[in-house]
Design a protein around this ligand. Structure first.
Ligand code: H79
Length: 436
């Protein structure tokens, strides 16, 4: 309460651009959902639960006292923070966002305001978040944390129709006490005791106890504590469902959060980040094998970049501390594509396509260059540069820099003659110069 009304220093548009710069250039990050839900891993009392694994407490109506027991089986002896950070780095990711506390209320950092955390409640007794923050920085990656405003564990925050936790459709009369004595103290711990944290990624903001006004106050308080913080729009209450953008223009937060979808068009002038799973769950489920293939994942990253957004791609490590092998192999293959294609030159630091969305792939742009990512290599080797109106002075393949022939076809469209074989079956990149 002592902090109510705190205001961060007013920020000019140039200062905001400077604060957002690393995030805008990054384009690709790793989301990590890791908590007690990795213990049941999608099954409860011998039954496989449908839906996302980290919601098992709610979905199976597990009583709080019983769910708490999972902590005794959360002993991630194989957790290797450096290995996780290296996996992200090798995939070409530039930042990591991990769940500091999900809806179940369990913290994977050493919180002094709660014993319901990885240090006090598990046999592991170590601060995994601290280790990962340090490892991320050793790899040159930015670091941030997810924090759920909704909390199914705290008596002042959980649904009053307990044990029907549900997604909190009713208010809790003591919610303000949870905010002041638990949530804000935990956030203060994160922001002040983990200097690596540069992003706060809120969620569970849709509950009736939360509002845009509270979100604005929380945003201002956090940026007073640490002015460089970047905070997602779920700090407020006006997110437009899974589409993820704020429904109100003056809603708090620095970027929109489409979930499990890419906006069909770009969103000029707005920062946004699509978060997405590699299978059908965020938290580990032992039997979810519905993995997207590497081609789909790379093309999703290209699609996101071509629309001016970031992709936050999720992994759900096991209770033993391992990122599932199918996730690791896909991330390695995404990194292979990045390395083979100019070390991500056509992705990092690019902005949205200046020429719309061609049928054969996606454009990105950086400085004077436009990158054409060809998904579908034309059999007749003739690629029409849809949307390009000024003749490019040079068109070349990113992989070898060799110039390609450009002619003007019927109707004035520019047509590139491609080599017979695509350099990549995932996405082959052409560099267009002098056409902007
Ligand atoms: O942490 C992961 C999930 O556990 C959490 N967000 C990602 C990043 C999440 N995904 N789905 N859900 C939570 C289910 C929430 C569904 C709804 Fe709603 C809440 C439907 C109605 C209220 C949010 C607000 C979506 C639509 C409106």
């Amino acid at each position: 309460a002592a902090t109510a009304g705190a205001q961060p220093k007013p920020e000019t548009p140039a200062q905001r651009d400077a604060r957002m710069q690393w995030w805008r250039e990054a384009r690709f990050g790793m989301f990590i959902h890791w908590g007690l839900y990795a213990v049941p891993a999608g099954s409860y009392k011998g039954e496989r639960l449908p839906n996302i694994g980290e919601w098992i407490m709610n979905n199976a109506h597990i009583p709080v006292a019983e769910y708490e027991q999972f902590a005794q089986r959360f002993d991630p002896e194989q957790f290797d923070a450096d290995a996780w950070a290296r996996t992200a780095k090798a995939a070409g990711m530039k930042y990591i966002i991990i769940t500091s506390k999900h809806h179940d209320g369990f913290a994977i950092f050493d919180s002094k305001v709660s014993r319901y955390d990885i240090v006090d409640a598990t046999p592991y007794h170590r601060d995994a978040l601290k280790a990962l923050a340090a490892a991320a920085h050793r790899e040159g990656l930015k670091f941030g944390v997810y924090y759920s405003i909704m909390d199914w564990h705290h008596p002042d925050a959980q649904a009053p129709n307990y044990p029907e936790y549900n997604s909190r459709t009713k208010t809790n009369p003591n919610f303000a006490r949870y905010v002041e004595t638990y949530m804000k103290p935990q956030l203060r711990e994160l922001v002040t005791q983990y200097p690596e944290i540069d992003v706060l990624w809120f969620d569970g903001e849709w509950i009736p106890d939360w509002s845009d006004a509270q979100g604005k106050a929380l945003y201002d308080w956090l940026r007073t504590l640490k002015p460089s913080l970047i905070i997602n729009n779920r700090v407020g209450h006006s997110r437009n469902g899974m589409q993820g953008m704020s429904a109100s223009g003056d809603a708090p937060g620095d970027f929109g959060t489409p979930e499990q979808q890419v906006p069909p068009e770009g969103l000029p002038g707005i920062d946004w980040e699509t978060c997405m799973t590699m299978n059908d769950t965020w938290g580990f489920k032992s039997y979810d094998d519905d993995w997207k293939d590497t081609k789909t994942l790379v093309r999703t990253l290209v699609d996101v970049a071509s629309k001016g957004g970031n992709l936050l791609l999720n992994v759900g490590p096991t209770a033993q501390g391992l990122i599932p092998a199918p996730s690791v192999s896909r991330l390695r293959e995404m990194g292979d594509w990045m390395r083979a294609n100019g070390n991500g030159e056509s992705i990092y630091g690019t902005t949205a396509s200046p020429f719309g969305l061609p049928a054969w792939g996606r454009y990105t742009t950086k400085g004077a260059k436009v990158y054409a990512h060809v998904f579908d290599w034309p059999k007749d080797r003739k690629l029409t540069l849809t949307g390009v109106t000024k003749r490019p002075s040079r068109v070349s393949l990113l992989v070898d820099g060799k110039p390609l022939d450009v002619t003007q076809g019927a109707g004035g469209a520019f047509v590139v003659t491609l080599p017979p074989v695509a350099p990549s079956t995932i996405a082959s990149v052409l560099v267009l110069e002098g056409t902007r």
